[in-house]
Design a protein around this ligand. Sequence first.
Ligand code: DGP
Length: 119
Amino acid sequence: MSQEQDCLFCGILAGTIPSEVIYENDDVIAFRDVAPQAPTHVLVVPRRHVENAGTLTEEDADLVGALILGAQRVAELEGIENPDRGYRLVMNVGADAMNSVPHLHLHVLGGRALTWPPG
Ligand code: DGP
C-alpha cells in the first residue's frame, strides 16, 4: 500500500493520526468526518494513495468498485441503507469543488433529508 509523506489520510491509515474508524477491509478504510454535515458523514478512503477521482486510470477500476462497496457497507452499519430513504455519495475533485484533502475519498452522507444543490 503506497503512503505519501505529509498526507493527512495516509497518516490516518497508518494510525499516526487518530480517527473513528467504522469499517475497514484490505482495500479501504471508513472513518467519521471530523466536520459532519449530516447525522452520518463517513469518508471511505482507499489504502493506496491516489490524489482524486480526476487522476484515476483504467487500472484503478477495482479500486473504484471497492469504494462503492465500502460505502454500501457503511450505509448498512449506520442503518441508512433503506432504499426508500437513501443517502448521498460525493467525491470532490479539485479547487472548484472545495476538495481540501488530496487523497481520494468518497463521502457517505445520510440520516436526514439532504438538500440539492448542496451549495
Ligand atoms: P474534501 O473537501 O472532499 O476534500 O473533504 C475532506 C473532508 O475531510 C472534510 O469533509 C473534512 C475531513 N477532514 C479533514 N481533516 C480531517 C481529520 O483530521 N480527520 C477526519 N476524520 N476528517 C477530516
